[in-house]
Design a protein around this ligand. Structure first.
Ligand code: DHB
Ligand code: FE
Length: 434
């Protein structure tokens, strides 16, 4: 099922959606550069030279040089960004809006004084609407083939990067991931939707978004204070991510979208554990950050509901892609205060049991229990419920099989937990013989 983009049919109107945003990315970022007096002076001194320094398409440069805002909109420009360009040239919003209507400045102003443009004659044409909603041919669609759950301790990355995997301390940890690497080689996905939390790397205290969906084409590896890990950059899937953004936001999950974002150990350590030491990650990755750093953090129930909506989003994508959803972080750990080093094997293993058998019940566990029983940073485990909610046994349309389960204490301050669940459509009931 294609997403509903009926808004495109409103006459004389361009809706700034992910498609337009991708098209106009550099044009709009150029506009933002005009928010300093120094850059405005440089632009006004030599427009052509200033524009040439930006990676714009020629159509975009032409639109600005010709003061043709309709062309700028077609090229992905957004009016709030373009307003910075307009202000630099001395244009008001009224002058800019009026310039797109084919009227003179005086005519437009007079129309506004007279009460503005009437909506009569400016609604969607019914014939166009009906044609747009005619059923199309059914295409193949994306499927969630499995979920992976794993801790993402940074020291695991350091052990890998510094050749320590055979040391007695680390050996048992990496042995627990031998099956995972073989399973991934046999089940290479096209895309991994990777749920993790940024640890004050991409987001600092200036911005605290709850859910961030990566809609970019690629993501650099963050420098967390010891240099970026020597692993490949992450290639995104902006098209699928835009589809997921549209579907989830329509389902009332208020996401933040990130076109540019560095990714930290929360994302790269699971990739190393599952895919090993590679030149290039074997698939595209859509990063999904959940705030578990500053309270209030989202509840397990909210994460589980988001996972359910995520499955609907992914499975309505009109391309036959194999998608895995990964939930990372946890298990029990506390990195601060006199209670640091807290580990709760019993609680962790009950969590793993319930994650498989009773995810809806597990989703009702309150924050306080995570903090009290699994340590202050054990709250990372709520992210596993997003990946679990995305599997199709949750609504009864499919079934899951546990392929691998592993638990080990410790890796640095943390209990390592790891689970692989395969997901497939429910087997057909055998036909009843007459
Ligand atoms: C550790 C674990 C984490 O999940 C993390 O984000 C940082 C540190 C640790 O055990 O050292
Ligand atoms: Fe963490």
């Amino acid at each position: 099922m294609a997403l509903d983009k009926t808004y495109k049919l409103v006459p004389g109107t361009t809706i700034f959606d992910s498609e337009q945003s991708a098209k106009g990315y550099h044009l709009n970022q150029f506009c933002m550069s005009l928010m300093t007096a120094e850059n405005r002076a440089a632009y006004l001194a030599d427009e052509r030279a200033y524009l040439d320094a930006w990676p714009l398409r020629e159509e975009q440069r032409r639109a600005l040089l010709d003061r043709d805002l309709n062309a700028a909109m077609r090229e992905g420009g957004n009016i709030y960004f373009l307003a910075k360009w307009g202000a630099t040239l001395g244009f008001s919003f009224q002058q800019m809006a009026g310039s797109m209507t084919g009227m003179t400045e005086e005519e437009y102003r007079a129309m506004m004084v007279g009460g503005g443009r009437s909506v009569e004659g400016n609604r969607i044409d019914h014939a166009v609407l009906e044609a747009a909603h005619a059923p199309g041919a059914a295409a193949g669609h994306a499927a969630i083939t499995g979920a992976v759950f794993t801790s993402h301790v940074p020291a695991i990355g350091a052990a890998l990067d510094h050749g320590k995997t055979e040391e007695p301390y680390w050996r048992p940890v990496f042995e627990g991931y031998e099956y995972a690497k073989a399973w991934e080689r046999e089940n290479v996905p096209d895309v991994v939707f990777l749920v993790y939390n940024d640890h004050a790397s991409a987001f600092d205290q200036s911005l605290v978004p709850t859910f961030v969906l990566g809609t970019g084409t690629s993501y650099p590896v963050a420098d967390e204070g010891y240099g970026p890990r020597p692993v490949p950059d992450v290639e995104g899937d902006p098209d699928l991510a835009a589809h997921i953004a549209h579907s989830l936001i329509r389902d009332d999950f208020d996401l933040t979208l990130a076109n540019e974002m560095a990714v930290d150990h929360g994302l790269t350590v699971p990739l190393s554990l599952m895919f090993g030491d590679v030149e290039k990650w074997p698939c595209r990755i859509i990063p999904f950050h959940v705030n578990v750093v500053q309270y209030p953090v989202p509840s397990g129930a909210r994460c589980f509901a988001l996972g359910r909506a995520l499955r609907k989003a992914i499975e309505s994508y009109d391309r036959p892609l194999k998608v895995q959803v990964w939930g990372t972080g946890g298990m029990s750990h506390q990195l601060q205060g006199p209670r640091a080093g807290l580990i709760n094997r019993e609680w962790d293993n009950a969590f793993l049991d319930r994650l498989v058998e009773d995810p809806a019940g597990l989703a009702r566990v309150p924050h306080l229990e995570y903090v009290e029983e699994a340590g202050s940073e054990g709250i990372e485990l709520v992210m596993w419920l997003i990946a679990r909610g995305a599997l199709s046994d949750v609504d009864g349309s499919g079934e899951v099989e546990v392929k691998h389960r592993f638990y080990h204490v410790p890796a640095s301050n943390t209990a390592v937990g790891h689970l692989i669940l395969e997901n497939r459509p429910r087997a057909e009931e055998p036909a009843v013989k007459e």
